[in-house]
Design a protein around this ligand. Structure first.
Ligand code: NAP
Ligand code: F7E
Length: 321
């Protein structure tokens, strides 16, 4: 039986990936950090079928112990400080977890079973930052624009380096933005769909938003975790861009979400400089052709379908559907 260990199992992607691995008959283990209030909202429905282990990406001995105890066949390193604005407020912590945490995971693998464990690193389109070409491909040079992007670039290269130095099966998935009803409410898609539902049900009066001209290549998280799994099923380790191949502005996102419940967004949306970033990533558009050709991966849910799905979910939560 295959054994998967997911760091960040309690996050958006971790929860979808755990479901996917269970469906495929894996024994699923998750690494979670200690918290004074245990909230496993995203994985409550599967906690009886997975095994959780307490460890922290900042603590090498704790993760080595988990890797030694579990002896997984595959590790998916999804844990990170993943919110871009927080990376300016807590740049050192972001570097410790999102960058050095990758090296700690790789060391835990190398010291335990360098040849027997396949390793997936959750890299990000934020590494492209101030984009050097469009669309962005595996070969596009990185120009990160936030401490988060810089940390992810380190995580990418250390993954490649362990592959080349120790012939370990390590891959880096360069994933563009992917969303769902399980997305944290601080990210723009969920912030918008949650606000639309609250405005529609009379619980909120306005939506305060930052840069509406930013363009992102958005997809559905459930589709993207399939690509992670496919990368570890290949015979040779390689890196892949995973994206929808379409780009949309934040304004389009807002329009679709408000339209879906019959509201005119212009009456409710207020631009607020508090949500502008010190340095912005203006445009992201990925070229997923390598993933399509080699992994046979393609996304199933399109952008309007994704936004409507998230609005419907939030409306139901607010008792409005
Ligand atoms: P997420 O919802 O923020 O989940 C991140 C997880 O990491 C959380 O479960 C968090 O634990 C855990 N974590 C944070 N610090 C940790 C530490 N020191 N030790 C152990 N665990 C820690 O992120 P996501 O959207 O699922 O993304 C998954 C990964 O893909 C991240 O690495 C992210 O940077 C990357 N990524 C995401 C996207 C995207 O669009 N979603 C795109 C490209 C790359 P708690 O639950 O305790 O907070
Ligand atoms: O911002 C703009 C903001 O925070 C998207 C993470 O998963 O994807 C995510 O990073 C865009 C930016 O995601 C608001 O300026 C406008 O241009 O939803 P976001 P992100 O920064 O792209 C990448 C691939 C990751 O790897 C990250 O982990 O929306 N925007 N107004 C706003 N953004 C937020 N959060 N809030 C606003 O009010």
């Amino acid at each position: 039986m295959k054994k998967g260990l997911i760091t960040g199992i309690n996050g958006q992607d971790g929860s979808y990936l755990a479901e996917l691995l269970l469906e495929k008959g894996y024994e699923v283990h998750g690494l979670v950090r200690r918290s004074s209030t245990e909230t496993f909202e995203r994985i409550n429905h599967i906690t009886d079928r997975i095994k959780l282990h307490q460890a922290d990406l900042n603590d090498l001995s704790s993760i080595t112990e988990v890797v030694r105890e579990v002896r997984p066949t595959e590790i998916y390193n999804l844990a990170a400080q993943s919110f871009v604005p927080t990376s300016w407020k807590q740049p050192l912590l972001t570097g410790d977890i999102t960058a050095m945490g990758v090296t700690r995971m790789l060391e835990a693998v190398r010291q335990t079973d360098a040849k027997g464990i396949k390793f997936y690193q959750a890299s990000s389109s934020e590494m492209f930052g101030k984009v050097q070409e469009t669309p962005q491909r595996e070969e596009t040079p990185f120009y990160p624009r936030s401490p988060y992007g810089v940390a992810k670039a380190y995580g990418h290269f250390i993954t490649v380096n362990y592959r080349e130095s120790y012939q370990m099966f390590c891959v880096s998935g360069i994933l563009f933005n992917h969303e769902s009803e399980r997305r944290g409410k601080e990210f723009v898609t969920r912030k918008v769909t949650d606000a639309v539902a609250r405005i529609k049900t009379g619980k909120q009066k306005e939506l305060r938003i930052g840069n509406m001209d930013a363009k992102r290549d958005w997809g559905f998280a459930g589709d993207y975790v399939r690509a992670m799994w496919l990368m570890l099923q290949q015979d040779t380790p390689d890196d892949f861009v995973v994206a929808s191949g379409e780009t949309h502005t934040v304004k389009e996102l807002i329009e679709i979400a408000f339209d879906h419940v019959g509201l005119d967004w212009k009456k409710f949306v207020v631009q607020d400089p508090a949500f502008m970033r010190p340095a912005e990533v203006d445009l992201l558009l990925g070229d997923p052709s390598k993933a399509s050709r080699i992994l046979g991966w393609k996304p199933e849910l399109d952008f309007p379908g994704l936004v409507k799905r998230m609005v419907d979910f939030d409306l139901k939560r607010q008792g409005g559907a």
